[in-house]
Design a protein around this ligand. Structure first.
Ligand code: IMP
Ligand code: MG
Length: 216
């Protein structure tokens, strides 16, 4: 396995596109930075899994953009499957995890690349990894676009990390706030007033709480 090379995104003040200017306070990682980083990750993954039967297992729904860009850069024979996970818990940070879609491909004896959008507390990936381990794959490697190391609760580390980010709630490039903003081509931070509006019905103090009602 090759080491991952996490990068701290440059704070270079790229202008937010006009369409999003009312909601997005700033861009944390641009689409160009993401594209470049994914090509590097894909090269490392291709080297590490060369000659193996790779099964890519991706978590719904946050990985949609990252996964598409990652696998189109992966010049390896692979099979693809999805696991659906939601976190329910009214207004709390860590809701109970519910599996909404099970794996269909067999991973027994296979090399698995588990892909998620962001590694935060680690609760999701540690649960999913335990479930996958029970299916007796040859090995499991974890790949995430973003890592918030400061928030970790469970002892789970990613083998491939796109970007290390500070403890801020981010949206875009697949990541949502209350199911919105997944379609932003960049990773950005919303203005506080957006979180407050989105939280009105759930009445949590922070965006994470609203999001906890429905993960993925
Ligand atoms: P964990 O179980 O705490 O590691 O959380 C993982 C999941 O929480 C991710 O797959 C995301 O769906 C969600 N999440 C965590 N942090 C953020 C964020 O900053 N923005 C959007 N979603 C997030
Ligand atoms: Mg989410």
């Amino acid at each position: 396995m090759s080491p991952s090379f996490p990068q701290t995104p440059a704070r270079h003040g790229v202008a937010v596109p006009r369409r999003w200017r009312r909601e997005v306070e700033r861009i944390l990682i641009t689409d160009a930075q993401i594209a470049r980083r994914i090509r590097t990750l894909a090269r490392a993954i291709a080297r590490d899994f060369a000659g193996r039967e790779l099964v890519v297992v991706s978590l719904l729904n946050g990985t949609v953009m990252f996964l598409a860009d990652l696998i189109r850069n992966l010049s390896l024979p692979l099979r693809l499957d999805f696991i659906g996970v939601s976190s329910y818990g009214a207004g709390t940070e860590s809701g109970e995890l519910v599996f909404t879609k099970e794996l269909r491909l067999s991973v027994r004896g296979r090399d698995v690349l588990l892909v998620d959008d962001i590694l935060d507390t680690g609760k999701t990936l540690s649960r999913v990894r335990a479930r996958l381990r029970a299916l007796r794959p040859r090995r499991i490697r974890i790949c995430v676009l973003l890592n918030k190391a400061a928030r970790r609760v469970e002892p789970v580390a990613a083998d491939y990390v796109g970007f290390e980010i500070p403890d801020e709630f981010v949206v875009g490039y697949g990541l949502d706030f209350a199911e919105r903003y997944r379609n932003l081509p960049f990773v950005g931070v919303l203005y506080p007033h957006v979180y407050q509006q989105g939280c009105r019905r759930a009445s949590p103090a922070r965006p994470r709480a609203a999001r906890a009602r429905r993960r993925a």
